[in-house]
Design a protein around this ligand. Structure first.
Ligand code: IMP
Length: 198
């Protein structure tokens, strides 16, 4: 079966295909949405889930195919869940976003944080057929470490490891990430619902 990923970001489609390979998912093709369709959803939801529904619905309107959308971000306990759904726009550049986060937390002893990823799958008729969420818990470091990944990875120490996400290889991150955890639930649903090989 063919599923269109509701994003203009080719890296996200690659990552989903990488995770599918890692978990040996067969019989599903994850494809990017065509550039010419001008996919440009208005992400004005109040939660990760609402935004993932908005994106999946918009992609379905344009393609009339099965569509899968995700919406993700970092939630920091001592900052009342910020940057949350505003993670991508917390400051202008990735480095400024990290700097703002560290400066807002200062020397706060409570460093608890989690990455959250909501995913929504929509059928060709435009109906939401599956919604789920994945989380990866950890702590915000005092200083940056690592060169892999993107976004807040260099300051996010993954629970039960002494590594930041940016210290991890792509495969290591893909086994434990919020996106991978949400995606595994989507894979389980698809395999059962569409009788795909296990
Ligand atoms: P979106 O779901 O693609 O809109 O991503 C939201 C924002 O959350 C990204 O721009 C990053 O700042 C942050 N984010 C989401 N997932 C990750 C991750 O795996 N590592 C680091 N930052 C992330």
């Amino acid at each position: 079966m063919k599923i269109i990923i509701a994003t203009q970001n080719p890296h996200k489609v690659e990552e989903i295909n990488e995770i599918a390979r890692l978990f040996k998912i067969e019989g599903v093709e994850f494809l990017p949405i065509e550039k010419s369709l001008n996919f440009n959803p208005i992400e004005n939801g109040k939660t990760f889930e609402e935004n993932s529904i908005i994106k999946a619905k918009e992609a379905n309107k344009l393609t009339k195919e099965y569509t899968l959308a995700d919406d993700s971000g970092l939630c920091v306990e001592a900052l009342d869940g910020a940057p949350g759904i505003h993670s991508a726009r917390y400051a202008d550049t990735p480095q400024e976003r990290i700097d703002k986060l560290l400066s807002n937390l200062k020397n706060n002893q409570n460093r608890k944080a989690k990455f959250v990823c909501a995913m929504t799958l929509i059928n060709p008729k435009g109906e939401v057929i599956f919604k789920t969420q994945g989380e990866c818990k950890g702590e915000i470091a005092y200083t940056q470490s690592g060169t892999h990944g993107f976004g807040y990875d260099p300051v996010f120490i993954v629970e039960n490891t002494n590594k930041t996400m940016a210290d991890m290889t792509e495969d290591e991150k893909n086994k434990i990430s919020h996106r991978s955890r949400a995606l595994q639930k989507v894979f389980d649903y698809i395999q059962k619902e569409f009788n795909l090989p296990m």
